[in-house]
Each structure stands twice: as structure tokens, then as C-alpha cells.
Design a protein around this ligand. Structure first.
Ligand code: HEM
Ligand code: NAG
Ligand code: NAG
Length: 332
């Protein structure tokens, strides 16, 4: 199945299933109409900029979605990830040569600034851009909560500690989610974000040749995919070559990710263990994978809910933090 990466009308047709009936739990004083008076065109502006970015490179949807995740897990959703300079989160292991889309965020921010200056936080821009990226990729729609303010510090050691690694054990990943108030259900639904985007060979190559020091490939990786990936990512090759998480539809936000796991076609270890590990049975992730595979509506609804929960991680509100002028630096 091939899909034109810029066929938006067709993508929109995939999201007509109604997912508007969520119970919103706005714990953290965030609200959907926060900028209604101060920046009435905000949603239009962000949508237009994300659409432009995704039109020139479909992968950008995945990259923008990931930025919101990597922001929220470190000091809450406060745009700390966007700060440049010594000690930046951009230079932390999980982000270095990996997190991307910062120029697109700059473009969104400057469009927003020219319409309503000094009003909208970079943290909120990340939340809206992530929502729009999912929608433009054919995924579910949710009402994004707003009112976050921008943090004053980056936390590189925090990023190294809080963000999960591709080779991490399931219990440890679940603990990292729990540390920010997310449960096992959130781990599985949010991992479904890996239905779009790419990963570098370096993040999964151990599975192809010498898994966990066994001297052999990961036995949970399906044979034909193993062979393909061994050719794409030989030990001698540059670890920055990329492979799609979902080979069938790398640009489409669907539930193939879960079907792939059931077929042994998860790309990185942290994906496949949601289905194949012993812990997948005891923690319940295996049955969640099965349920999202058989019911895309349930996946879309849970994903939307989990994104709202993730967006609610320790936001700065009221007079805490600031509204940055430039997402890359704190105000003078
Ligand atoms: C459960 C633990 C998770 C682990 C261990 C993990 C790990 C990774 C890794 C290793 C990559 C590839 C990075 C690279 O090649 O440089 C990646 C990419 C990605 N991750 Fe995750 N991730 C996790 C959860 C999430 C969540 C919760 C989201 C969003 C809700 C997400 C969204 C993405 C996206 C969209 C990409 C592709 C980015 C692109 O193509 O630019 N991931 N992740
Ligand atoms: C940095 O992050 C770590 C782990 O998430 C946290 O314990 C620590 O308080 C944070 N430090 C600062 C200065 O925010
Ligand atoms: C596999 O990895 C282990 C541990 O890192 C190492 O000691 C061993 O030599 C490796 N085996 C092969 C065949 O590369």
C-alpha cells in the first residue's frame, strides 16, 4: 500500500471516527481556551506551519511528536528541551544527533510572535504541534490543553535519567513513566507513537548481531526483518542510517505498530518487549498490545487520553517561569 505523503485530504478522511467524547481531567489549571482572547488565531497559525513542514518532509510529524514527549519527561512540559547552550537537554544521550525539528519550532514561534507577541509559551507550541502532527498523519484528534509557561533552566542530567532507552527492560521503562505519573496503559498507548517515524541503526543494531552480549541476534525478531535489517545496518556501517519503525506505513498514524509487535516486527527492543518479554505478561502490556491491534478505536482514544496526561506533567502556570521570546533562550 502506498500513500502519497502529501495527500492530506485522504488523511483527514481517516480521522472522522469521533473521538471527542473524552472526560478531560484538567488537574493542572490548563484549559483549551487559554489564548482565546490573547491569541485567537493561534491554532490556525500552528496548524499552517506544521502542515507546511510536513508537506516538505513527512517525517517531521514524527519528529515534532517526539519533541513534546522529550520535553514533558524532563522538568515537566516547560520547553526546557528547546534551550540551547552548555548543559542543554539537546546534548543529552537520548537527544544528541537524534531529536530534530527545532528549526520548525522556531518557525512556528516566529509566526505566532508576529501575530500575538509575548503571549504564547514555547511549551504550549510543542503541545499543539504534537497534536497537529498526529492529526496530519491520520491519527486521532484531541482538544489540547494550554496555559503552560516556559522554564528557566535546562536539565541535561535529568534528560539522561528520565528518558527511557531503547535497550531498557520493561520494568524499568514502566518505572520511568510512573515517575511522571503515567501508568502501564500510558506506556503501551504512547509507545504506539512508533507507528510513525524512523530510528537510527545504532538504536537497534545489537538486536541484529549480538543481543545483550549473547553473540546472537534477538530471537524475538522475525527472520525476514532480521535479514533486511542486517543488510541495512551491517556492523561496519554508520550507525546513523535509519529504518522506519513501521515498514508498512511509516508515515501513517495507524495501529500497525501493534500488529508488527505481534508478528515479531518491532524495531527497537523497547517496542518488542511490550509483547514478547516475560514481563509483558505479568505487567499486562501484552494484552494491551493485542487489544490495540484488534481495536484501532480503542488505541486512538487511549492515545489521545495519554497524550493529554503526558501534556499535564508538572506544567509551570500562573507567574512561574516566563513566556520566552525565543524558544532557544531564556529572556534577557
Ligand atoms: C517507551 C519508551 C520509549 C523509548 C525507549 C523510545 C525510544 C526511541 C528511539 C531510540 C527512537 C529513535 C531515535 C533515533 O534513532 O535517534 C525513537 C523515535 C521516536 N519516538 Fe520514541 N521511545 C519511547 C517512547 C516514545 C513516546 C512516548 C513517544 C511519543 C508519544 C515517542 C515518539 C517517537 C517518535 C515519533 C519517534 C520517531 C522520531 C523521528 O522519526 O524523528 N516515543 N524513540
Ligand atoms: C533534573 O531532573 C532530575 C530527574 O528528572 C530531577 O530529580 C532534578 O530535580 C532536576 N533538576 C533541576 C535543577 O531541575
Ligand atoms: C557480544 O557482546 C559481548 C558483551 O558486550 C562481548 O563480550 C562479546 O565479545 C560479543 N560477541 C561477539 C561475537 O561480538
Amino acid at each position: 500500500m502506498t500513500r502519497s505523503p502529501i495527500n492530506f485530504s485522504r488523511r483527514y478522511s481517516l480521522v472522522l471516527i469521533p473521538f471527542f467524547a473524552f472526560c478531560f481531567v484538567a488537574k493542572a489549571q490548563l484549559s483549551t481556551d487559554f489564548y482565546k482572547a490573547t491569541c485567537p488565531d493561534l491554532f490556525k497559525i500552528v496548524r499552517r506551519e506544521v502542515q507546511n513542514a510536513v508537506k516538505s518532509e513527512m517525517r517531521m510529524a514524527a519528529s515534532l511528536l517526539r519533541l513534546h514527549f522529550h520535553d514533558c519527561f524532563v522538568n515537566g512540559c516547560d520547553a526546557s528541551l528547546l534551550l540551547d547552550g552548555t548543559g542543554s537537554e539537546k546534548d543529552a544521550g537520548p537527544n544528541l544527533n537524534s531529536a530534530r525539528g527545532f528549526e520548525v519550532v522556531d518557525r512556528i514561534k516566529s509566526s505566532v510572535e508576529s501575530s500575538c507577541s509575548g503571549v504564547v509559551s514555547c511549551a504550549d507550541i510543542l503541545a499543539i504541534a504534537a497534536r497537529d502532527s498526529v492529526l496530519l498523519s491520520g491519527g486521532s484528534l484531541w482538544k489540547v490543553l494550554l496555559g503552560r509557561r516556559d522554564g528557566l533552566v535546562a536539565n541535561q542530567t535529568g534528560a539522561n535519567r528520565a528518558l527511557p532507552a531503547p535497550f531498557e527492560a520493561l520494568d524499568s521503562i514502566i518505572s520511568k513513566f510512573a515517575a511522571v505519573g503515567l501508568n502501564v496503559n500510558d506506556v503501551v498507548s504512547l509507545s504506539g507513537a512508533h507507528t510513525i517515524g524512523l530510528a537510527r541503526c545504532g538504536t537497534f543494531r545489537d538486536r541484529l548481531f549480538n543481543f545483550s552480549g549473547t553473540g546472537a541476534p534477538d530471537i524475538t525478531l522475525e527472520q525476514s526483518m532480521l535479514t533486511d535489517l542486517q543488510h541495512l545496518c551491517p556492523l561496519t556501517a554508520d550507525g546513523s542510517i535509519t529504518a522506519p519503525f513501521d515498514r508498512k506505513s511509516a508515515d501513517l498514524f495507524d495501529n500497525h505498530y501493534f500488529q508488527n509487535l505481534i508478528n515479531g516486527k518491532g524495531l527497537i527492543s523497547s517496542d518488542q518487549i511490550l509483547f514478547s518479554s516475560d514481563a509483558a505478561v505479568t505487567t499486562g502490556t501484552k494484552s494491551l498490545v493485542q487489544s490495540y491491534n484488534s481495536n484501532i478505536n480503542r488505541f486512538f482514544a487511549d492515545f489521545a487520553n495519554s497524550m493529554i496526561k503526558m501534556g499535564n506533567i508538572s506544567p509551570l502556570t500562573g507567574s512561574a517561569g516566563e513566556i520566552r521570546k525565543n524558544c532557544r533562550a531564556v529572556n534577557a
